[in-house]
Design a protein around this ligand. Structure first.
Ligand code: SF4
Length: 216
C-alpha cells in the first residue's frame, strides 16, 4: 500500500498509464438522450452493459419519450426487458421514474445531483453516470463493482462501501478527470484486473500496483 503522502503521485501515475492504455474509454451503454441513459443505467444493475444494449433499441422504439414510457403498462415493459434480470422491479422503476420526470420536471431529466437522487430508484451512482456522461458535469465519481475492486487493489483505499470509496478517490484526482477515471478503471477491470483472475503478468500497472501477483 503506498504511503498516504505518496498517494497523489501514485494516483497521477496510474491515471496517466490508463489514459494511454485505453484512449477511447467511454460509457459502454448506448444512448442518444439523457432520458435514454437514465433508463439504460437503471437496467444495468446486476447486468452487463452488452445485454442492456441488446434490449434498449426495442424499448426505446416502443416508448420513444418520457410521456410514452410514463403511460406504459408495466407488464409490457417487463416483457421487453426480461433478459436483463430483476425485470419486475426494473420495469416498476422505469415507469415510476418517467412519471416522476413528467410530474416534477416537465418531462426533462434534471442536471443536478440533488434533483436526480430524489427521483425514485435513482441513487448517487446512477446520478453520477447521468451527470458525467449526459451533461458533461464532473460532480462525483461512479463507483461500481470494478471501480470499487480496483480502488482497493491499487491502494487508493481500504474501504469497500461505494460512498466511502468515492470520498477516498475524489481528493486524489483532478475534478475534470472524474468521469473519465471511472471509465478507465471499469475498462481495466473488465479487460485485465478481473475479479477472480487478475492478469497481473500483462498489466501496465504491474510495477506500481501493491496487489500485483506476479512480476511483469
Ligand atoms: S497488477 Fe494485477 S492486481 Fe494490480 S491492477 Fe494489474 S491486474 Fe490488477
Amino acid at each position: 500500500m503506498p504511503k498516504r503522502a505518496d498517494l497523489p503521485e501514485h494516483a497521477r501515475e496510474i491515471l496517466g498509464r490508463l489514459e494511454r492504455e485505453y484512449p477511447g474509454a467511454k460509457c459502454a451503454l448506448d444512448y442518444t438522450t439523457p432520458f435514454e441513459l437514465l433508463i439504460a443505467t437503471i437496467l444495468s444493475a446486476q447486468c452487463t452493459d452488452k445485454r442492456v444494449n441488446m434490449v434498449t433499441p426495442h424499448l426505446f422504439r416502443t416508448y420513444p419519450d418520457v410521456a410514452s414510457m410514463a403511460s406504459a403498462r408495466q407488464e409490457d415493459v417487463e416483457e421487453i426487458i426480461k433478459s436483463t434480470g430483476f425485470f419486475r422491479s426494473k420495469a416498476k422503476s422505469i415507469v415510476g421514474v418517467a412519471n416522476a420526470l413528467l410530474d416534477q420536471h416537465g418531462g426533462r431529466v434534471p442536471d443536478t445531483m440533488d434533483a436526480l437522487v430524489r427521483l425514485p430508484g435513482v441513487g448517487r451512482k446512477t446520478a453520477n453516470v447521468i451527470l458525467g456522461n449526459a451533461f458533461g458535469k464532473d460532480e462525483g465519481i461512479v463507483v461500481d463493482t470494478h471501480v470499487g475492486r480496483l480502488s482497493v487493489r491499487l491502494g487508493f483505499t481500504k474501504e469497500t462501501d461505494p460512498v466511502k470509496v468515492e470520498q477516498a478517490l475524489i481528493p486524489l484526482f483532478p475534478r475534470e478527470k472524474w468521469t473519465l477515471l471511472a471509465h478507465l478503471l471499469i475498462e481495466h477491470g473488465r479487460r485485465t484486473c478481473e475479479a477472480r483472475r487478475p492478469k497481473c503478468g500483462e498489466c501496465v500497472l504491474n510495477d506500481i500496483c501493491p496487489s500485483a501477483e506476479v512480476e511483469a
